[in-house]
Design a protein around this ligand. Sequence first.
Ligand SMILES: C[S@@+](CC[C@H](N)C(=O)[O-])C[C@H]1O[C@@H](n2cnc3c(N)ncnc32)[C@H](O)[C@@H]1O
Length: 152
Amino acid sequence: MKEEYGLFVWPCSIILAEYVWQQKSRFTSASVVELGAGTSLPGLVAAKVGADVTLTDDSNRSEVLTHMRRQCDLNDIKCKIHGLTWGVWGTQTFCLCPNIILGADVLYDSCAFDDLFATVAFLLQSTPSSIFITTYHNRRCISIFFSCFRFS
Ligand SMILES: C[S@@+](CC[C@H](N)C(=O)[O-])C[C@H]1O[C@@H](n2cnc3c(N)ncnc32)[C@H](O)[C@@H]1O
């Protein structure tokens, strides 16, 4: 997938952002990490309702990370922004310890599943009772699914 895919607001992102808004009491004061955030709508809504948010995307996609910073500035939102490539552990990854991990439309390429789930499993283990909330777009039947995972 090309860099510009992280510069488009995918439908999954709108649905996850709507979920965050509907469940805002759950997000207030939570530590949230958004993976493959791209235009970052769910993470920005989480920050607006009082979460401590770290937005992440592939470290190799500098344009996407630059756009995320601009989005935060334009909306006057304070978020941390990190390059986080799935399956790659940098020092910052060890310090994240989120209660809630968000991922909108991050399950689009089966070649990346192992790396993505390795990162998700690591983050879930780093904080007891943390959860991964994701929206998935089945492009063959135009359906969007919503899932929530816990490590056990
Ligand atoms: C389909 S886009 C979804 C973007 C955004 N979450 C949305 O729903 O609008 C997939 C995102 O995953 C990011 N991504 C792809 N491969 C990645 C990897 N190996 N590590 C981290 N992020 C990755 C892309 O840069 C892109 O932002």
